[in-house]
Design a protein around this ligand. Sequence first.
Ligand code: NAP
Length: 284
Amino acid sequence: MEDRKWLTTAAGVKMPRLIYGTAWKKERTADLVMKAIQAGFKGIDTACQPKHYDESLVGAALHRLKDHGIERETLFLQTKFTPLSGQDPKQVPYDKNSPIESQVVQSFDTSKKNLQTHYVDSLILHSPVAPHALMMKVWDAMETIQKTGGARQLGISNCYDTEVIRQLYADASVKPAVVQNRFYQETRYDADLRHWCSAHGVIYQSFWTLTANPHIIVSNIVRTIAQKYNKTEVQIFFRYLSQSGIVPLTGTCSEQHMREDLSIFDFELSSDNLKNVSHLLNQV
Ligand SMILES: NC(=O)c1ccc[n+]([C@@H]2O[C@H](COP(=O)([O-])OP(=O)(O)OC[C@H]3O[C@@H](n4cnc5c(N)ncnc54)[C@H](OP(=O)(O)O)[C@@H]3O)[C@@H](O)[C@H]2O)c1
């Protein structure tokens, strides 16, 4: 059962197949992270981006979890470097006038302090930086963090152009191990990019998975499969994604949904049912 819940990335890092996201939780962040981990989540996604995440409250939860016998080392912890364009100008977590490679270092130092840890399992560039040469400066700084033990693997987010990741992958000495993208029909669900990722051993993490896809969740196909398996429609969609090699993020605030999301590993969809859901996604 356990290998259904974890995969090993190309960087050799054990990553849960479902990750708890901590965006937009504000002062509820610590309590919800505690609840998620106690419910059984093993992976946490955050960012050094005060506009959307309270990274220090993720750290507070990790600290409190120790008292409950849950050590940080048993968890997969992922954070991000957010370039200036993604920060609220009033709360930039680094010196915005310093060179971008120094911003990466400062941001990561803040993340370590916030998270009360000396390393993260995954460090993600929150969005591509242009031009490519400037992005490579950022990536070089991230590589230094990886090579000195600060991050076990690197990744990129909001990267919808396969050419951008192809170039990054070609020029990087530490290759991206994950891509974290919005999973929605406007990009044809990143079909080409995901194809490239699986050919290069890069794991695709999805966000906006439920928010952007109510039409999938309420479709007759998913509803019929849900009835057959005695599961909710959301469980069927998450299970479909997981069996397709995608790692969904869920930021649910409901303890019942936490339990339901985690129990997608208790059953397996048949290949016919996988094909039926794929067909729905391919209709766009
Ligand atoms: N890289 C980026 O730029 C980026 C951008 C956005 C998000 N993210 C990450 O992705 C995480 C997830 O964000 P998201 O945008 O995918 O949305 P989300 O915060 O997971 O919200 C999804 C919605 O689905 C509902 N939900 C969850 N599980 C459910 C279930 N089993 N049954 C029914 N409803 C369910 C939730 O409601 P309830 O609370 O009532 O369950 C919520 O309203 C974030 O916390 C963040 O870590 C990253």
